[in-house]
Structure formats: structure tokens, C-alpha cells
Design a protein around this ligand. Structure first.
Ligand code: AMP
Ligand code: MG
Length: 403
């Protein structure tokens, strides 16, 4: 039996970024940039006006001075016409500063008549000018490889006219449920049949990681069905199977994966729920065989598959936030396996408090719905008292520590 920590370490050791593609800038949002981006030119590209006003020669200016207005420079236009001594050019925000001028006087600080402008306040050289390269200088590294692209990065890349951006590829994740008792969503289950909810839960989880689910359907509990669908699944970047991985006499997943060339890295992790999980590799293709119980499927995805998918898509931060928190109630468990307690975390007086979110039996799906975190109860311990400190994996990214 592989320990929880060891299982995670093996998985994260064995998976690597799946590759790079160049995508349109908007499609790059939410992805990880795969190369360093340095500014190909200065930004701004020219000295320009920070205000609507008048471009002036500061040496000519003092309160009460009247200047002759000899030019008009709207945004998007540049003027080669120099501002002569005693003159000013009307200029709009963003327009290039004309030759000769070294300051801008905002409209609000002037009195204007038809062809003249009177200055009301002192003017200093450089006033209200945004200088070439003052935001970003040519060659400056601005977006480092490995950064998650959000609106500020997209804005900056757009400013430099980056049409296509190199990002880590989304991985295609094949999902296969197994079991004779399953029917697909949309078919009314007869007695003793259940709807294949795991495929939907896994596909949803895959999507929320930013990866692409490829739904393979249901493998029946016979060799032929497993062989054909597992073969199909191994064509994707990652294969996830659900059920058929315990020690039942019709649990065929591991046996057939081995026949298809998947080299098992471990089977059975010292955790509850989720113990029968297996992990293998066919070449570089990771194969996660998760237990079929819907709670186990979700928790093992969360703890083992999600970090792997994120790493394959170039993320550097692949684990959920872990915090120390306090149990609100006593808890007990059997020794030997680390337990994931499904909990509801609240924050009180700057402390995370974890309360059990319901029946912890693996068969109780409803408890998942009430949970925003998992509490990790260490393998070697059995009795926990209210008030004890434990590790919490925060599942709800909106749960934040209040100031
Ligand atoms: P197994 O791992 O095959 O022993 O399945 C464990 C439990 O999970 C059984 O109660 C199954 O009916 C249930 N189960 C297996 N596969 C699915 C699935 N795709 N969707 C929902 N429940 C499932
Ligand atoms: Mg089964």
C-alpha cells in the first residue's frame, strides 16, 4: 500500500507539461504562457500628452502669459510642426508631443480665446507628459513563462500587438466508466441499474481544471468491452477510469490495462475514501484508475488527478490551498489509513474551524454537497478531540480569510 504523500509524489514526478501551442490572444486567457515575453519596443512609443490641453515651451510660461495657438493635434495624429517661442499647440490626451514643446498645460489651468490661450498657473518642464518607455522599456521582461494569463497580461500583450501567444496545451482527458449496472444519463434506470454519474462528475471536474474531457461511455464487465474502450482511451493525453479496480471478481481494469502495455506505478493508497486507486503509465500517458463509488471518485480526482492535469498544462501551483484549522467536533477512525473528513469550514476570529458536513460513510454523496474542504486525519491516529489542529484542503476558492 502506497502512502498518500508517496502516491502524490510519484504522480507529480511522472507527469510533465504536455506541449505548447500558439493560440489567439483571447483564447490564451486563463492559460499558462509557455515562454518569456519581453517588450519588443518602448511603451509608450513616443512622448505624449497626459491631458487635454496645450503643448508649450515651459521657458515661455509664467502665470498671466498669453500664448498664440498655432496648431491642433488630436489623438491619433502627430505633428512635425514645431511649437515656436510664444506659441502653443492645442493637444489631446495621447497625442505625440510636438517638437519644441516640453510641457502640457491642462485646459482647466487656462483661459482660452479664439487664437490665444492665457496661462493661470506656473508651468514646469515635463508637466503632464508621458514619456517614451516610461511604462515599459524596449527589451524589458514583462510576462514570465509560467504565469497564468489574466486581463492585465492580456492587456499588455495586446498593447504590443501580440496576436498569437505560446501557451501550454490543454490536455485531452479520456473518461471511461465501467460496470454492468450502469446506464447512460437520459435512460431511465431499471431496478438494480444506476445512472453513470461518475462520467459526468469527472467530465465536470476535468473542465473546471481547464482540460478537455473526452467521454468514452461505459465499458461492460467483460474483456472485449474493456479492451476496445481502454485502447481508445489510451489515445488521449490522459485516461481516467472509474470502478472495476477493487478486488471484485469482475474488476478487469488493471488486468486489461497491463495487457495493453500500461505499467502500473502503484495500486492501493493508504487513504479512505479512495483506497483502491491505481496509477499507471503507457509511455508518457498517465492512467488513473479511480474507485467507482462516486464520493471516492471525486475525492481521488481532487487529490491526485487535478494536480497532475494542472502540471501537464504548465501550472506551477497545482495543489489546493492547505491551511491549518481546528476540528469543531470529536472524530475517530481506524488506524492505518489517512482519512479525508468532508467538512464545512467557517472562519471565526481569524481561525479556520472545520465542522463535519454530514454522514461520513463513503456511500453518502449528499455530504459532498455540504463540504467546502477536506480535513486530513493522519494515518497513524485514531481519536481526535474537538479543538485539535488538522490540515485542511480548501476546495472552495472563494473561502477567504477575512481581514
Ligand atoms: P466498484 O468499484 O465497481 O465496486 O463500484 C463501487 C460502487 O460505485 C458501486 O456501488 C457502483 O455501483 C458505483 N459506481 C460504479 N461506477 C459508477 C458510475 N459510473 N457512476 C455512479 N456510480 C458508480
Ligand atoms: Mg463494478
Amino acid at each position: 500500500m502506497t502512502s498518500y504523500e508517496e502516491a502524490r509524489r510519484i504522480i507529480l514526478d511522472k507527469v510533465a507539461p504536455a506541449g505548447i501551442e500558439r493560440v489567439l490572444l483571447l483564447d490564451a486567457a486563463g492559460r499558462i504562457i509557455a515562454d518569456n515575453f519581453s517588450a519588443p519596443r518602448d511603451m509608450p512609443r513616443w512622448d505624449n500628452s497626459a491631458m487635454d490641453g496645450f503643448a508649450v515651451r515651459s521657458a515661455d510660461c509664467s502665470p498671466g502669459t498669453t500664448l498664440k495657438v498655432t496648431d491642433y493635434i488630436p489623438a491619433g495624429v502627430s505633428s512635425d510642426f514645431a511649437v515656436a517661442p510664444g506659441c502653443a499647440a492645442r493637444i489631446m490626451t495621447g497625442a505625440p508631443i510636438p517638437p519644441g514643446a516640453d510641457a502640457v498645460v491642462p485646459f482647466e489651468e487656462t483661459e482660452q480665446s479664439e487664437e490665444e490661450v492665457k496661462l493661470l498657473h506656473p508651468v514646469k518642464k515635463r508637466d503632464h507628459i508621458r514619456f517614451r518607455g516610461e511604462d515599459v522599456a524596449c527589451g524589458e521582461p514583462v510576462v514570465a513563462k509560467g504565469i497564468l494569463l489574466g486581463p492585465p497580461q492580456v492587456s499588455l500583450l495586446a498593447s504590443f500587438a501580440a496576436v498569437l501567444v505560446p501557451v501550454y496545451r490543454r490536455v485531452r482527458v479520456a473518461i471511461l466508466s465501467t460496470g454492468d449496472e450502469l446506464v447512460e444519463l437520459g435512460t431511465e434506470p431499471k431496478e438494480s441499474e444506476i445512472v453513470n454519474s461518475n462520467t459526468l462528475a469527472l467530465a465536470a471536474a476535468v473542465k473546471l481544471c481547464g482540460a478537455e474531457p473526452v467521454i468514452l461511455g461505459i465499458a461492460r464487465d467483460n474483456r472485449a468491452s474493456h479492451i476496445s474502450l481502454l485502447t481508445e482511451g489510451l489515445k488521449a493525453d490522459v485516461l481516467i477510469t472509474s470502478a472495476g479496480v477493487s478486488a471484485g471478481d469482475r474488476d478487469l481494469v488493471r488486468e486489461i490495462l497491463a495487457e495493453l502495455g500500461v505499467v502500473e506505478q502503484f495500486w492501493k493508497i493508504g487513504i479512505k475514501p479512495g483506497g483502491p486507486t491505481a496509477f499507471g503509465l503507457k509511455g508518457n500517458t498517465p492512467v488513473f484508475s479511480l474507485p467507482g463509488n462516486p464520493v471516492s471518485t471525486m475525492i481521488t480526482f481532487e487529490e491526485f488527478v487535478r494536480p497532475a492535469l494542472l502540471k501537464m498544462m504548465g501550472h506551477e501551483k497545482v495543489l489546493r490551498r492547505t491551511v491549518r484549522g481546528y476540528l469543531k467536533e470529536d472524530a475517530r477512525k481506524k488506524p492505518g489509513k489517512m482519512n479525508f473528513l468532508r467538512v464545512r469550514v467557517t472562519i471565526e476570529d481569524g481561525r479556520y474551524l472545520a465542522s463535519t458536513s454530514g454522514d461520513q460513510n463513503t456511500g453518502i454523496l449528499k455530504t459532498m454537497l455540504q463540504s467546502n474542504a477536506l480535513a486530513l486525519l493522519p494515518a497513524d491516529r485514531t481519536e481526535f478531540e474537538a479543538g485539535e489542529e488538522v490540515d485542511l484542503h480548501i476546495l472552495d476558492p472563494t473561502l477567504e480569510m477575512e481581514a
